[in-house]
Design a protein around this ligand. Structure first.
Ligand code: PLP
Length: 383
């Protein structure tokens, strides 16, 4: 198997970074479950010295994700949070970041409760309001850190416009692309400098691994993140690397089905008399629908809807049968969650209110089951 330079997205998902195993011809990259490699003599080895520094399964995954995100290199970490933390190690005490205000609660916690202690400073703005970005940039700003779509408000930031503003001020753009996946949008092609993912979500897609990845465009970032991956050591293990590598092979077909299911389900919810409001970028009344249509391939698998109160949400959540109440998203199975009590519990109540997260909100991560079964489950839960 030899990939053409012109290989397209779904072909890259299946083949990029992988060659038949040199010792057996196995078409699937083996799980190299080893901590070290025997050296032929002093200073003589095959490029593999120690499991934290190099692992063929992890390196195959990193090459695969670099290709599908249009980066020059990628590095895989033990979780999405470890990946984001590695990106922060590029900065120094006194540096400042402008951050999407509706970022994942765990990211907010890392920034405020861990990294602020080490002298980093953060300003949170609604980056979907493009005019609000530049006033937040100071002479100390090093990164503009964007999540789009956001969780659970599903706001969309114009990545090309935001990158133009940041670059004019000498600021690098980091995009957490977890919610979209590279099938839906590729931020590096739109101007961003660094992409990160929780591979736990759509990239792995099967809810059986926790991991993260950083994808890079500039050689200075590649050199540093490669160094930090080994120096700090929060690597993705071989078994998890193999699971994610298996997951990316089916990313295209999973995302096609996810997009299709979510659009139908959002429409179904919007017409339901027990639902107060639905947030989904694919609905025409979503404030960023036109931008989503331009920037994304499909509108993704996350839907947020409001049933009015915490009590109503509690009742509805208890009645779902097919959809499971669980944290996380992006698996083949549909999951439901309650942002205020679950994913965003670490965000103070007043900040949740300012962002628009209500106690009546329920988030669905739409899976790839039969859409009629999903609609029936929604109907019986809301009945
Ligand atoms: C957008 C986003 N980024 C990062 C993370 C953190 O990823 P992990 O749970 O793999 O550490 C999450 C987890 O839910 C997330 O939703």
């Amino acid at each position: 198997m030899k990939l053409n330079e012109t290989a397209r997205f779904s072909t890259l998902c299946i083949h990029a970074g992988q060659v038949p195993d040199p010792s057996t011809g196995a078409i699937i990259t083996p799980i190299y479950q080893t901590s070290t490699y025997v050296q032929e003599g002093l200073g003589q080895h095959k490029g593999f010295e120690y499991g934290r520094t190099q692992n063929p399964t992890r390196m195959a995954l990193e090459a695969n994700i670099a290709a599908i995100e249009s980066g020059v290199a990628a590095f895989a970490f033990a979780s999405g949070m470890a990946a984001i933390d590695a990106i922060l190690t590029r900065l120094e005490s006194g540096d400042h970041l402008v951050v999407s205000d509706n970022t994942y609660g765990g990211t907010f916690r890392l920034f405020e409760r861990v990294r602020r202690k080490f002298g980093l400073d953060f300003t949170y703005v609604d980056t979907s309001r493009i005019d609000d970005i530049e006033p937040a940039i100071t002479s100390k700003t090093k990164y503009l850190f964007i999540e789009t779509p956001t969780n659970p408000m599903l706001r969309i930031t114009d990545l090309a416009a935001a990158s133009d503003i940041a670059h004019r001020r000498g600021v690098r753009v980091v995009v957490d692309n977890t919610f979209a996946s590279p099938y839906i949008q590729r931020p590096l092609e739109l101007g961003a400098d660094i992409v990160t993912h929780s591979t736990t979500k759509f990239l792995n897609g099967h809810s059986d691994s926790v991991g993260g990845v950083v994808v890079l465009k500039h050689q200075d970032d590649v050199d540093w993140i490669k160094f930090v991956q080994n120096a700090a050591g929060a690597i993705l293990g071989p078994m998890d690397s193999w699971l994610v590598l298996r997951g990316t092979k089916t990313l295209t077909v999973r995302m096609e089905r996810t997009n299709a299911n979510a659009l139908v389900l959002a429409d179904h919810l919007a017409k339901h008399p027990r639902v107060n409001s639905v947030i989904y970028p694919g609905l025409k009344d979503h404030p960023h629908h036109a931008l989503a249509k331009k920037q994304m391939r499909g509108f993704g698998g996350l839907i947020t809807f409001d049933v009015g109160s915490l009590d109503a949400a509690r009742n509805v959540l208890a009645r779902f049968k097919l959809m499971s109440l669980a944290e996380s998203l992006g698996g083949v199975e549909t999951l439901i969650s309650h942002p205020a009590v679950m994913t965003h519990a670490s965000v103070p109540a007043d900040r949740r209110g300012a962002i628009g997260i209500t106690d009546g909100m329920i988030r669905i991560s739409v899976g790839i089951e039969d859409i009629d079964d999903l609609k029936e489950d929604v109907d019986q839960a809301l009945a």
